[in-house]
Design a protein around this ligand. Sequence first.
Ligand SMILES: Cc1cc2nc3c(=O)[nH]c(=O)nc-3n(C[C@H](O)[C@H](O)[C@H](O)COP(=O)(O)O)c2cc1C
Length: 249
Amino acid sequence: MSDQTTDAPSTDAPSTDAPPTGAPSTAALAPVDGFLGEVFDPPAPIADTPPWAERPAIDPTAMDTLFRHARTPAAWRDTPVEDTKLTQLFELLRMGPTSANCSPARFLFLRTTWAKERLRPMLSVGNRAPATTAPVVAIIAHDPHFYHMMWRLFPRDDAKEWFSRNPPFAAETAFRNGTLQGAYLILAARAVGLDAWPMSGFDNDRVDAEFLSDRGWKSNFLVGLGHADASALPAQPPRLSFDEACVLL
Ligand SMILES: Cc1cc2nc3c(=O)[nH]c(=O)nc-3n(C[C@H](O)[C@H](O)[C@H](O)COP(=O)(O)O)c2cc1C
């Protein structure tokens, strides 16, 4: 359950977030003063942490697990996914960076047949089997009012207002960072030994109405989580080369 209204010191309801008279224009997507370009007090040194100065590349086997050997499944094995695995997954993905540490993503893990069957009619035909036979389907969503948690995530007096007074900037920030956190979930899944099957072929509005309306969250995409049936994998589609996709200036 969202604690956005119970945890925060200020309990402004979302509906009161319209900018007051004289507030900066909401049409501009530029961040309000103070979001960027200010010198922050440097964080206190952290004692007893891993040696930050030395970050060797991860083992090539780990690179294979995360990237080179990882595939989007084409079918699932029956192996279940324990809830503890989902906790592990979240503990990793939540450490991925977001702008101003805003952490807007929210996750619904559908593990029961009952929950997955509620999802079935909202899925594109081709995604019905992959999603409903997955041991777990994650709805990657974001909280449009994520800024109610800024007091804890990025403790500056004005951090909430950067977003609450500029709805287009808040919406863009929620979507951008929520999408990033969905990508972190895919990599975290691979890191804990799961396969991930992202899916965008579904009706977002219906999913929002069925699963998210009580919390006010918005769906972005789905990720099936489980163990791939390796025998069902098709040939991997090619990727662009460095020269095609990258520019060095
Ligand atoms: C955001 C996103 C949405 C996707 N949507 C679907 C989908 O709706 N249905 C599906 O079968 N695969 C979907 N995919 C899977 C991609 O087609 C697949 O990851 C891509 O072809 C690469 O395959 P590989 O990981 O095996 O190399 C999606 C992937 C992403 C990242």
